[in-house]
Ligand binder design. Structure first.
Ligand code: NDP
Length: 293
């Protein structure tokens, strides 16, 4: 045993898919004693060669150490895998993507079994794990005490961002960020569709598009400030009335280019509805309230 192994927290990891295997390698590389289990044993074999101890059952893996990290496909697989294990006194960290409601239910489920619980939402893809400069991180929520206790160990594979005692908040932050990402992807798809049949190289549009999205991104801070204060007219650069007046240009251009308005159309409809109900001097922030049912 090395000196590192004497001081570094031992970790049990259940689930060696793409993400689980990347987590395992990061902990092994940092000298953490690691016990792994995976439903399909072959996936554990490569990690054994890299220094992991392979348990022959989930129950044995859970019994091995007090810190138990789970990274499985979904909440149903977490239920299935942990069902036959003894969780009393364990520190359970669940990095499986779930909904906020599933995370809250899983936290209560763990508490009933005598375990402390922390939920995680991974904001990284496997190649970013164990590569600090890649900028990946994990949202954590649930027991703050548990987070503080294992902060260093949890910080080995990726950065850590604790977002509150409510076990559902990590999942909620995860889904909020990814939802915004899909909105961005939708806009990008529309932009490329507009030039698709023209003599414009998509590769020449790409850097313009990327720079524009980066330039627009800080507007989220103004939106947040407006939502906080309730004043949607504060700091407005391009007001709602002007932007709604511009929407026919976007829709006509789409039509002329033979591009479906099905991505942009619903957002424009919300902008028009807000203009009808609110003030033309506002920002686009009122759309948030139209979405909240
Ligand atoms: P994979 O599909 O690569 O691996 C899934 C893992 O879950 C495998 O270990 C698989 O075991 C196991 N599993 C699935 N069903 C069961 C079951 N019923 N019983 C026991 N084990 C089961 O997924 P990832 O590793 O990529 O993802 C794991 C989690 O990480 C997911 O919740 C995902 O959303 C999240 N995540 C993944 C990211 C990514 O880019 N990959 C990014 C951010 C989060 P077996 O090997 O036997 O099939």
């Amino acid at each position: 045993m090395t000196n590192d192994a004497l001081v570094k927290t031992s970790v049990t990891l259940l689930g060696l898919g793409a993400m689980g295997a990347a987590l395992a390698r990061a902990w092994l590389a940092a000298g953490h004693p690691l016990t792994v289990w995976n439903r399909t044993p072959a996936r554990a074999a490569a990690l054994a060669a890299e220094g992991a101890r392979v348990a022959d059952s989930a129950a044995a893996a859970v019994a091995a150490h007090s810190l138990v990290v789970v990274c499985l496909l979904d909440d149903a697989s977490v239920e299935e895998v942990l069902a036959g294990t003894e969780l009393e006194g364990k520190d359970l960290v669940n990095l499986t993507t779930s909904t906020p409601a599933q995370a809250r239910t899983r936290a209560a489920w763990a508490r009933e079994r005598g375990a402390r619980y922390l939920d995680g939402g991974v904001m990284a893809v496997p190649p970013m794990i164990g590569v600090p400069e890649a900028g990946g991180y994990v949202f954590y929520s649930g027991s703050r005490e548990l987070f503080e206790r294992h902060r260093e160990t949890l910080g080995v594979p990726a950065g850590t961002t604790y977002v509150g005692e409510d076990a559902g908040f990590a999942a909620l932050h995860d889904v909020a960020l990814l939802s915004a990402m899909y909105g961005m992807f939708a806009g990008v798809a529309h932009a490329f569709a507009l030039i698709r049949k023209e003599d414009i190289d998509p590769a020449s549009l790409a850097p313009l598009l990327a720079d524009w999205l980066v330039a627009m991104a800080p507007s989220v801070h103004r939106t947040a400030e407006q939502l906080r204060t309730g004043d949607y007219t504060k700091g407005v650069a391009s007001n709602l009335a002007m932007q709604v007046a511009g929407t026919p240009t976007f829709l006509s251009t789409a039509e002329q280019q033979g591009v479906s308005p099905e991505l942009l159309g619903p957002y424009f409809a919300l902008m028009r509805r807000r203009l009808a109900e609110g003030s033309g001097e506002e920002d686009l922030t009122g759309v948030v309230d139209l979405l909240v049912r």
